[in-house]
Design a protein around this ligand. Structure first.
Ligand code: 5GP
Length: 179
């Protein structure tokens, strides 16, 4: 698949803007979980960069874990089916869990993950997403922590990919709109 050159992508969120918002989310989590412990669960691969920055802004005791599901198969559109690729390495029963996603688009993945983890009877389950394409989303629960609400554009960078590439960009940019 050929893609536009990186210069053609439209800058959307700078690394400084992202860092500022991530620090605010960390501060909010610190306030809400003061005196408690957390398991922070990152959804790979997209949330890896966000999660690593976010946990460094959290000062309550925490453990990290990761899971991976796929719904996009490398393209621009969801396949509509969420598939487990790998699961957590620890029990979350009776624990405070924050699930960390890169982006909530249709909400299909978010609903699937939220409902799957809820069945494991955590003490609390919060959902944190860096980006939210609000206009597209149909979900059965509240998103507790949202970094940025964005328009319905395909975005890359800061962990988000296009065919596996561009995750390493420090900022977030949108695929140019076809004219
Ligand atoms: P949903 O199930 O909410 O439709 O999609 C969630 C998943 O689709 C995200 O975890 C992410 O992997 C992928 N996704 C949705 N929108 C975008 C986007 O604009 N850019 C990239 N790179 N991935 C996206």
């Amino acid at each position: 698949m050929t893609h536009p050159p990186i210069e053609a992508f439209e800058p959307m969120l700078s690394s400084a803007t992202i860092a500022e918002r991530v620090a605010e989310l960390g501060a909010q989590i610190n306030r809400e979980f003061q005196g408690q412990e957390l398991i922070v669960v990152g959804v790979l691969k997209g949330a890896a960069l966000f999660m690593s920055d976010l946990i460094r802004c959290i000062d309550v005791p925490l453990r990290c874990d990761f899971l991976r599901v796929s719904s996009y198969e490398g393209g621009l559109k969801s396949t509509g089916v969420v598939r487990w690729e790998f699961d957590l390495t620890q029990t979350i029963e009776d624990q405070n869990v924050i699930l960390v996603e890169d982006i909530v688009d249709t909400g299909l993945t978010a609903n699937f993950l939220y409902e799957s983890l809820l069945l494991r009877r955590p003490r609390s389950l919060k959902f944190c997403t860096l980006l939210h394409k609000e206009a597209n989303t149909r979900i059965n629960f509240d998103l507790d922590y949202i970094g940025f609400t964005i328009p319905n554009r395909f975005v890359i960078g800061y962990g988000l990919d296009l065919d596996g590439k561009y995750r390493n960009l420090p900022h977030i940019a949108a695929l140019p709109v076809e004219s």
